[in-house]
Ligand binder design. Structure first.
Ligand code: NOJ
Ligand code: CA
Length: 719
């Protein structure tokens, strides 16, 4: 009897306990019920969450909160004062993009918290999508919390195992690293190797990595962590506790070492977690864009995708130079008399050379020609003889800005402006109105800006709150002048291009300038779509056809880690409305049949279908050119060869098409025979199936044009 009594009392207590444990657990499912977020408070009032995907835990219990300067922290002693459930479903039209319509469909869970001892309010808002979740902190207007300084954000992302990760080291100033593929437990030991071969670096912990971070679990789940809508806040890195596999946020510090200066009411960027059992879903997700605000520009008619060439590759290969002289006197004197400074005879931005590029652009249908090194100051762009070098206004003596713009316009081409700031953000802000007015005066509508070197004001970092505000200030200011911005060395994008679509591209990763031996492993371009491209387009600058750089500059003994077919594929796999054909005109003349793909490929799309994807192995995507029935397919391989089997069932069943396949040649090899490619042309329909082999660091590209007149296909075979 006593036993039975004890048993029942036991059961009662057990149930009560369950209730106690779960009474305060709040949860929300995604619209398809795939994804489920849970929120609770620990006994000491610490907020935490966990995440399930198809009933499997993908993020284990993870704490949320902040350490503040000089005040009580926002880490514990919270109670839930209100919970609001909501849902949202809307379809919007991007100004440019991978698709012409984007559905934004989520369920929302808003947890309103109050800290018992301080009475301060902090909300955590979760948005649960079918492909992932976003959460952010919000600080409502309140009496007990006004301005505050963040010592560290302590958002955790607890992994459930020793996953495989594709990572670059945490760094406050550069994303230009080679990727490493390893287990989480191996990050510490591989960190040293991962930071070698880099110019400027501030890696801060041997287990810190950057986002967007791509992972894969042993049971085949793909997890991606990044952030969205990074505004007035510092960029987040993730530091791994490699015993527990818990990542925690590490924000970029300011000059005083603090991580953020906020004033309520305010909110943080979204922390995003994407999950799927199909890697293609990570690539086709619009979660990051959806978490950004709708477009704030009223008139966007002036924002146009751009295909361009430039004198840039001459400089990167060392054939040409940005500077007009080799004399530092050019930046030491207030008034420089160029007639007494000897030219170095390598200055690429000279009238004759730029005209040659304009002619080539006009002949082959490019929109713009980027001319770097057109303005004075380049003699000291690393050295900093002065705290500010450039005025962004004064051309070198051999660059006739009016003549060249007039010449370009007469040939249906625009010049692209270049503003290297050498990291001096204040100097740029001082000159920015004059610089943009000059662009308006001469008919430039796009600027490539850059932030090489340490940031001025001293002590600030490229990815800190200060600089993030600067980058956005420039984008907003540029919009007033109807100027599109492509900022290099800026913080990696977080989807702000939805709100400000004149932010047409960024760099923020190793681009082609690093796709040289030693700079990238062969799998580089099969990782970037999973990582860097999550937040927005990249000015990757592909299209190199002369892979042996010593043929461009005998003193440079590097080679490009790619085949020609890989370089063509990048115009499709690396989505961007801004695309450069980076190689020299004379190299394109040598491969004019392959060059045809670069001329043909579209920049803006109605549809994108990821056909195959595996990080570091291969990415194959088909895209339908905006407003047409034409398609382009691109496929890049990683370290190993890949046999790609694809079906063209995405084509219209009632139409015929002419396809041109640009594939790796049978004997192609990025090290020994990168210029081997095979072009095949024929008729395809939606029944066509293709099997194409790509070599390591290789790829293929296909253009598929709708047949409008039967005569076009006469004599062509079926593929
Ligand atoms: C680094 C940029 O990534 C590169 O594209 C540019 O040419 C140089 N800075 C000079 O601005
Ligand atoms: Ca760069």
């Amino acid at each position: 009897m006593r036993f039975i009594y004890k048993f029942f009392v036991g059961i009662l207590f057990y149930c009560l306990n369950i209730n106690l444990l779960y009474a305060d657990t709040f949860s929300s499912l995604s619209p398809s019920k795939n994804m489920k977020i849970y929120f609770n408070l620990s006994n000491s009032g610490e907020p935490y969450y966990w995440l399930e995907y198809k009933g499997r835990k993908v993020i284990d219990k993870s704490k949320l909160g902040f350490e503040l300067k000089g005040k009580n922290n926002l880490l514990d002693s919270f109670s839930v004062i209100d919970v609001v459930y909501d849902k949202f479903d809307e379809t919007w039209t991007p100004v440019w993009g991978e698709v012409n319509k984007i559905r934004n469909n989520y369920n929302e869970l808003l947890i309103k918290l109050k800290q018992s001892d301080t009475q301060r309010l902090m909300n955590i808002r979760f948005r649960v999508y079918d492909e992932g979740v976003g959460f952010r902190y919000e600080f409502p207007q309140q009496k007990k919390l006004g301005g505050f300084v963040i010592k560290e954000e302590r958002s955790q992302f607890a992994m459930t195992g020793n996953h495989i990760a594709w990572w670059i080291p945490g760094d406050y100033d550069t994303n230009e690293y080679d990727y490493t593929e390893s287990r989480l437990s191996e990050i510490r030991q591989l960190h040293k190797k991962a930071i070698s071969w880099n110019l400027s670096q501030t890696p801060f912990s041997p287990t810190a990595v950057q986002t967007s971070l791509q992972m894969k679990t042993d049971d085949g789940l793909y997890i991606n962590i990044h952030e969205a809508a990074l505004i007035d806040y510092s960029c987040m890195h993730l530091e791994l506790d490699d015993r527990s596999f818990i990542f925690e946020s590490r924000l970029t510090p300011d000059a005083a070492g603090y991580k953020g200066r906020l004033q309520a009411p305010c909110k943080t960027p979204w922390r995003t977690i994407m999950v799927s059992d199909d890697a293609r879903d990570i690539l086709s997700s619009h979660l990051i864009l959806n978490l950004n605000d709708p477009c704030k520009l009223k008139d966007t008619s002036w924002i146009k995708p751009v295909k361009y060439i430039g004198v840039w590759w001459e400089m990167i290969t060392g054939k040409g130079s940005w500077a007009y002289t080799n004399s530092l006197a050019a930046v030491q004197l207030d008034e420089v008399d160029y007639s007494i400074l000897p030219p170095n005879n390598r200055h690429s931005a000279n009238n004759e050379n730029v005209k040659k590029y304009i002619d080539f652009a006009s002949k082959h249908g490019f929109d713009q020609v980027l001319v770097e090194g057109w303005n004075i100051g380049w003699e000291d762009w690393f050295g900093r003889q002065k705290d500010y070098v450039y005025d962004f206004l004064t051309p070198y003596p051999d660059f006739d800005i009016k003549m060249l713009n007039d010449y370009a316009h007469s040939k249906g081409v625009k010049l692209m402006m270049h503003h290297e700031t050498s990291g001096s953000s204040r100097n740029y802000e001082w000159h920015i109105d004059d610089a943009y007015e000059l662009m308006n005066k001469y008919g430039y509508n796009a600027v490539k800006s850059g932030y090489v070197g340490d940031i001025l004001p001293y002590g600030e970092h490229h990815f800190g709150q200060w600089m993030n505000n600067h980058y956005l200030y420039c984008v907003k200011k540029a919009a007033k002048y109807k100027i599109m911005v492509n900022a290099h060395e800026a913080t990696r994008p977080t989807g702000l291009c939805r709100t400000y679509p004149n932010l047409i591209a960024n760099e923020s990763a190793r681009g082609t300038e690093y796709q040289q031996s030693g700079g990238c492993k062969p799998f580089h371009t099969s990782i970037l779509p999973f990582t860097r491209l999550q937040g927005g387009p990249m000015d990757y600058t592909p299209g190199i056809m002369e892979m042996d750089i010593s043929k461009v500059n005998p003193n440079r003994k590097t080679r490009i880690v790619a085949t020609i077919a890989n370089q063509l594929a990048l115009y499709v796999t690396m989505y961007s409305p801004l695309q450069m054909a980076a190689d020299l005109p004379e190299n394109y003349e040598k491969f004019i049949d392959a060059f045809q793909f670069i001329k043909d490929v579209a920049l803006d799309w109605d549809q994108s279908i990821y056909l195959e994807a595996e990080p570091g192995r291969y990415v194959t995507v088909a895209r339908k050119a905006k407003g047409t029935e034409n398609w382009f397919v691109g496929s890049v391989a990683g370290t190993e060869q890949h046999i790609s089997n694809i079906s063209l069932d995405f084509l219209d069943k009632d139409k015929k098409y002419i396809a041109t396949i640009y594939a790796d040649g049978k004997d192609a090899d990025w090290k020994t025979n990168p210029q081997s490619y095979a072009i095949e042309k024929g008729v395809v329909t939606n029944k066509t199936k293709l099997k194409i082999k790509t070599v390591p660091a290789g790829g293929y590209a296909i253009s598929i044009f709708e047949v409008k007149d039967k005569k076009e296909i006469k004599g062509l075979k079926r593929l």
